[in-house]
Design a protein around this ligand. Structure first.
Ligand SMILES: [Zn+2]
Length: 214
């Protein structure tokens, strides 16, 4: 398996009830790369992304994701991380996962929204749509200020631990509002998302299987 950064993760069902089931997949505890901060680990170079897009099952995943993001006039593509591009309203998604002791975004959303159960892939995707839906909240100077805070967090990585930096990042107002939008969307569209996630996780599991990723 040449894509060492790709690891199957436990896919979680959507729901606002805390007892919902988890589909067991790979047993290892893994973290999905969700923010744009620099992180360690074996991440393929940008040139690898085009080869990665050639992997079996990528087109099928993208088609399902497109059904959701197109409802918000966004487009989507596989990328090296989950991102939202303001200029083109494009959202990138990833199956790249970095292993750390804990999943920081998962930890953050579980603490902020204990009533919601959803897979971190879905949270990450909806967070990016949340950026699209909330970016008008901010003036240009506010957005510049947030970007500066993010730059500073990246530079501070040496004296702050990774989890602390990530949690601070998620609290920067534009990030916080994007996640809040995602939470409200999940709570208001549970039935739709359950069906959507069933099809999407089937496509992701198929991707893992046909490419022999464990
Ligand atoms: Zn974000």
């Amino acid at each position: 398996m040449q894509w060492s950064a790709i690891k199957a993760h436990n896919l979680e069902v959507v729901g606002s009830n805390p007892t919902s089931a988890t589909i067991s997949w790979c047993g290892s505890k893994v973290e999905q790369l969700i923010c744009n901060q620099q992180v360690g680990g074996s991440i393929p170079s940008t040139s690898s992304i085009n080869a990665m897009k050639e992997l079996k099952g990528v087109v099928e995943i993208n088609e399902i994701i497109s059904e959701l993001v197109s409802q918000f006039d966004c487009t989507c593509d596989m990328g090296l991380d989950f991102s939202y591009y303001y200029d083109s309203s494009k959202i990138t998604w990833t199956v790249l996962i970095t292993e750390t002791a804990d999943s920081s975004f998962n930890e953050f959303v579980k603490k902020e929204y204990p009533e919601i159960t959803a897979d971190i892939f879905l949270w990450s995707l909806l967070h990016e749509i949340g950026h699209h839906e909330t970016c008008d909240f901010w003036s240009e100077s506010e957005q510049l200020h947030f970007d500066k805070l993010k730059d500073e967090l990246e530079k501070e990585n040496t004296d702050k631990d990774y989890l602390t930096s990530c949690i601070e990042y998620y609290h920067i107002p534009d990030e916080y509002e994007a996640t809040k939008w995602a939470a409200n969307y999940i709570l208001n569209n549970e039935d739709y998302l359950k069906g959507f996630w069933e099809r999407l996780q089937e496509a992701i599991i198929n991707f893992y299987v046909v490419n022999n990723i464990e």
